[in-house]
Design a protein around this ligand. Structure first.
Ligand SMILES: Nc1ncnc2c1ncn2[C@@H]1O[C@H](COP(=O)(O)OP(=O)(O)OP(=O)(O)O)[C@@H](O)[C@H]1O
Length: 246
């Protein structure tokens, strides 16, 4: 379980996120949804240890009941932009997280290459990022994150550049992977469908300053999440988000 207590992020005198606390259970996907600019990315960037140094932060994080110092090796992060290095091939980019964590390059590269077919990247092992589509780059970045097998995954709009079918495939792949290997997942999304279909719990954020305004569990089992079963919760979320968006 990952716990954040009393997180406040300021830039100068402006408060971007105020007194935000959250608890992310093990073996669950929690999503963070809210209007643009309310501070979702800032929260996950802080947790992953990459928040811009000019921002002042107070607050604590605990993993499994123990205080952690950020960046924490048990947490991996997929940023909103794919941040692939243009001079590395798709294989080298996808294996970079593993290599930084100490896996030998040839082992790391074999491991990611074996996953290329499931990620629709087969045949692009030696391509460079500018030879890939936006969706391919995002899948390579997703692979780079998920292959690290850390107990905590932070995903900032991981599927935003994917077409509807590929997005569904990647979502199903993630769910199957988590069933086999439970983890704590925090995902930022703008997509109401994704939030209700994929996640176990939705945290709604509002801005000015960023804070959590609702905590909505989705008790319906994934297999039973039909349009009809989720209609009410989607309609409620839509209303909440419209109220939060200026
Ligand atoms: N380094 C920075 N310096 C100053 N302000 C910043 C900095 N980083 C973020 N902000 C501000 O913090 C606020 C929250 O930004 P953040 O990216 O966390 O929002 P978000 O909810 O993830 O937005 P989006 O959904 O558009 O990605 C914004 O007003 C943004 O301008």
């Amino acid at each position: 379980m990952l716990e954040v207590e009393n997180l406040t992020i300021r830039v100068g005198r402006e408060v971007l996120v105020k007194s935000l606390s959250l608890t992310l259970p093990h073996n669950a996907i929690t999503c963070l949804i809210g209007p643009s600019g309310c501070g979702k990315s800032s929260v996950v960037k802080w947790l992953s240890g990459v928040l811009a140094p000019e921002l002042d932060v107070t607050g604590t994080a605990q993993l499994g009941g123990r205080p952690i110092t950020l960046p924490c090796p048990d947490i991996s992060y997929q940023p909103q932009q794919d941040t692939l290095f243009p001079w590395l091939t798709t294989t080298e980019n996808a294996s970079l997280g593993l290599e930084i964590r100490g896996t030998r390059p040839h082992v790391a590269r074999d491991r990611v290459r074996a996953m290329f077919p499931a990620f629709g990247l087969e045949g692009h092992e030696d391509s460079f990022p500018d030879q890939l589509s936006g969706g391919m780059r995002q899948r390579a970045a997703f692979l780079r994150t998920i292959v690290q097998d850390t107990p905590v995954l932070l995903l900032d709009e991981p599927f935003s550049a994917l077409d509807a079918v590929t997005r569904l495939r990647m979502q199903n792949w993630l769910v199957a992977r988590l069933e086999a290997q439970p983890r704590t997942v925090l995902m930022v999304t703008h997509d109401l469908y994704e939030a209700t279909q994929l996640t176990d719990r939705i945290l709604v954020m509002a801005g000015g300053p960023g804070r959590i305004t609702a905590d909505i569990p989705i008790p319906t089992p994934r297999a039973a999440r039909t349009e009809a079963a989720l209609a009410e919760i989607r309609s409620m979320l839509r209303t909440m988000l419209l109220e939060e968006t200026p």
